[in-house]
Write a protein that binds this ligand. Sequence first.
Ligand code: SF4
Length: 92
Amino acid sequence: GTVADRLAGNRYETDEEESHIHLDQDLARTTGCARRLVAICPAKVYAEEADGTISVEYAACFECGACAAVAEPGVLTWRYPRGGMGISLREG
Ligand code: SF4
């Protein structure tokens, strides 16, 4: 395929591997956390989609910790990239 196709494919695989934030959609809604997360993240990692779910653009996260501070227990599950260098090595 084209270079763009290959980059898109690589990006998808990379994201699947390196996702480090898991959001419990149901819990986020029932606890009212969803809007708080969207509002507080300075990197705009969280966004409310048309269907009401919250998308998580974790690649933009710079690990400031704000979301973890406002989320109710169980809403967010963090899995830090191995070695703690996920972001800086993402393009490597
Ligand atoms: Fe956003 Fe900070 Fe949470 Fe990352 S740690 S998702 S930058 S609020």
